[in-house]
Ligand binder design. Structure first.
Ligand code: 3PG
Length: 244
């Protein structure tokens, strides 16, 4: 199974912003305890590269990637630190081509048909859709799925515990990402157990735990009594989305 398949299996990708390198390993361990085996550490802070290195070295069971990668130099730094995937908020062709050349999984940000056509021409099939809530959310991705069947989206920006189920149930969604699972205020050193409880409470507010979501995705059955990846009305009360 390649990295893109593993991300799809996980179904959710925490976007983690770390100010201090020493928080990286405890955060990775807390996420693992919470049933999340993927983390995207963003290059929004100077600690990103070293944080990725620490997780790659000390928590090998965690799939660690780099987020907010804006150029080839950051991409190389992330790759050398041990990042297994690269996420960018937009489409930068040199960055994307460099990842493809190196055999590194890359998820460029694309929200328009032209951007999507550019990545399809490069042979990619998964894009980040950011900021999802601003660019039309599920309605927009569903519309884009018409001309681009087989394309998978990873929405971030406005995804949260309240709308996660709706996102990950759509067949054109590979995984949903966001920072809601790993807010700075719950990061270690406060302690990892508190972090875990917080995550469970957050995900519990949408009716299912993070563990259950991951488990369901692994088994291709997003919800109890639902056909694989097919939301049904009782699981989606209040939802106007139907993928039948
Ligand atoms: C990202 O970098 O993908 C987004 O900033 C995450 O968005 P969120 O903070 O709304 O989850």
């Amino acid at each position: 199974m390649d990295i893109m398949q593993k991300l799809e299996q996980a179904g959710i990708i925490p976007v983690v912003v770390l100010d201090r390198t020493e928080d990286a390993v405890p955060t990775a361990k807390a996420l693992l305890k919470g049933g999340i085996g993927v983390m995207e550490i963003t290059f929004r802070t100077a600690a990103a590269r070293d944080a990725i290195r620490e997780v790659a070295k000390n928590v090998p069971e965690m799939i660690v990637g780099a987020g907010t990668v804006l150029n080839v130099a950051q991409c190389e730094a992330a790759s050398q630190a041990g990042a297994q995937f690269i996420v960018s908020p937009g489409l930068d062709i040199p960055l994307t081509e460099s990842c493809i050349r190196e055999g590194l999984a890359v998820i460029p940000g694309c929200v328009t048909p032209s951007e999507i056509m550019a990545i399809l021409a490069l042979g990619l099939k998964t894009v980040k859709f950011f900021p999802a809530s601003v660019y039309g959310g599920l309605d927009a991705m569903k519309a884009l799925s018409g001309p681009f069947p087989g394309l998978k989206f990873i929405p971030t920006g406005g995804v949260n515990a309240g709308n996660l189920r709706e996102y990950i149930a759509a067949p054109f969604i590979s995984a949903a990402g966001g920072s809601w699972m790993c807010k700075k205020r719950i990061l270690p050193p406060e302690n990892s157990i508190r972090s875990l409880r917080f995550q469970k409470r957050q995900s519990g507010s949408s009716g299912r735990s993070v563990n259950e979501i991951s488990y369901s995705r692994r088994n291709h059955a997003p919800f109890k009594n639902a056909r694989p990846r097919t939301p049904v009305s009782d699981a989606f009360s209040g939802s106007h989305f139907r993928w039948r």
